[in-house]
Design a protein around this ligand. Structure first.
Ligand SMILES: Cc1cc2nc3c(=O)[nH]c(=O)nc-3n(C[C@H](O)[C@H](O)[C@H](O)COP(=O)(O)O)c2cc1C
Length: 373
């Protein structure tokens, strides 16, 4: 079996208190054919939630118990599957009140004010990550993935664009190291502790990111780095491909507010082409070079995610040195894609990278592929 990972994919299947719904979660995970499955964004605290209304959490025991039931049901359906919970804090990338971040300010996209974290805030969030990891272990997960990519809080500490602190947490890798040490102390091996990290289009280059990760790798804090790209301010740089404007104007709460219905046709004609031109276009395997550079520089094991659509591309990435390959949209399109690849190594994903899944997941309904009837 290829070392494939279902990359974290926000499921939107929790209630307003962040408790995941087993009736939605169990069939979803049980249908996935990837040998390793990472859950979507699971918030470590109420103030760590991103803008999506139905994301799950692991900050209390009710959430832990719901996850525990889900994990044991999925294991019954798919013996041998490896399950990791993706632990995250949104920092300033949220529309919710009370946002916190390394140096305050607003993100250009969310435009929500955030408060600079005090040392006590930082220590509290570090211990929230550790407590969430303990709950993940008790719930039966095989590990956690600390989300340090896509512009969320740990990424905000890594990037000089959002971290202008003069204290010890001004050092780019310091917050992430604190989180990983605390998580490791709470959940010793063989519990897996991965991170997802990636450069972005503004201030965090792959070289700068690799430099920040070197001491963490030397300390043995990085079991595996899943390499992605971008921030939610420019989300189409993360999941490249199409931009369904109808869905964007209809489902995205920020666009619904900013582009009144009467102006939508004008916006589509005049503004949308300018907005869309800023994003990077889809190309196959678009994070492979960065992943291999990070592996070379840190010596850590890497998985690579972004634009893998065929058995040939996956095999080539593994031959080039990636330790695993992660896929998100192809598994939304076809949960059995890994089984089809096992039967036919030349198989191609039916995902069209249209991004209807990505745009719609800012709304209220569970995430799904909109091309599947
Ligand atoms: C609908 C959707 C939800 C996503 N949710 C998450 C998430 O919760 N956490 C995360 O790290 N990445 C998330 N991503 C990003 C993917 O994990 C992945 O990095 C990106 O889609 C590129 O991989 P792909 O080309 O295989 O889709 C999401 C992407 C999509 C399309």
């Amino acid at each position: 079996m290829l070392p494939l990972i279902r990359s974290a994919t926000l499921e939107n299947f929790a209630d307003a208190d962040g408790v995941p719904d087993p009736a939605l979660a169990v069939p979803l995970y049980a249908a996935l054919s990837a040998p390793t499955v990472v859950t979507g964004f699971v918030a470590v605290s109420p103030d760590g939630r991103a803008m999506q209304p139905r994301q799950a959490g692991l900050w209390n025991d009710a959430q832990r118990d719901a996850w525990g039931g889900i994990v044991s049901e999925v294991r019954r359906a798919r013996p041998g599957v490896r399950l990791l919970a993706q632990l995250a804090h949104a920092g300033l990338q949220t529309t919710r009140p009370g946002a916190i971040s390394p140096s305050g300010g607003r993100s250009p996209y969310f435009r929500n004010p955030s408060r600079t974290m005090s040392p006590d805030d930082i220590r509290r969030v570090v211990s929230d990550f550790a407590a969430a990891a303990t709950r993940a272990r008790t719930a039966g997960f095989d590990g956690v993935q600390v989300h340090a990519a896509h512009g969320y809080l740990a990424h905000q500490f890594l990037s000089p664009a959002t971290n202008r602190r003069r204290d010890e947490w001004g050092e780019p890798g310091r917050f992430l190291a604190d989180v990983l040490r605390a998580v490791r102390a709470a959940a010793p091996p063989p519990f897996a502790v991965w991170i997802k990290a990636g450069p972005d289009a503004t201030a965090l280059s792959a070289e700068r990111l690799a430099d920040a990760l070197v001491p963490l790798a030397a300390e043995g804090l990085l079991d595996l780095v899943e390499v992605s790209f971008g921030t939610m301010d420019r989300a189409l740089d993360i999941f490249r491909g199409g931009c369904p404007l109808d869905l964007l104007l209809h489902e995205n709460p920020l666009y619904r507010r900013r582009v009144p219905r009467a102006l939508a046709p004008l916006w589509r004609k005049l503004a949308a082409p300018l907005v869309l031109r800023r994003f990077r276009p889809f190309s196959p395997c678009y994070n492979l070079d960065a992943a291999l550079a990070i592996k070379r520089r840190t010596g850590a094991r890497v998985a690579v995610v972004g634009g893998f659509r065929s058995g040939e591309e996956i095999s080539a990435a593994l031959a080039a040195g990636a330790d695993a390959v992660s896929l998100c949209r192809p598994f939304l399109r076809e949960p059995g894609f890994a089984d089809r690849l096992a039967r036919d190594p030349a198989a191609r994903s039916r995902c069209a990278s249209c991004n209807r899944c990505a745009i719609a997941c800012d709304g209220d309904e569970p995430t799904r592929c909109h091309l599947v009837p």
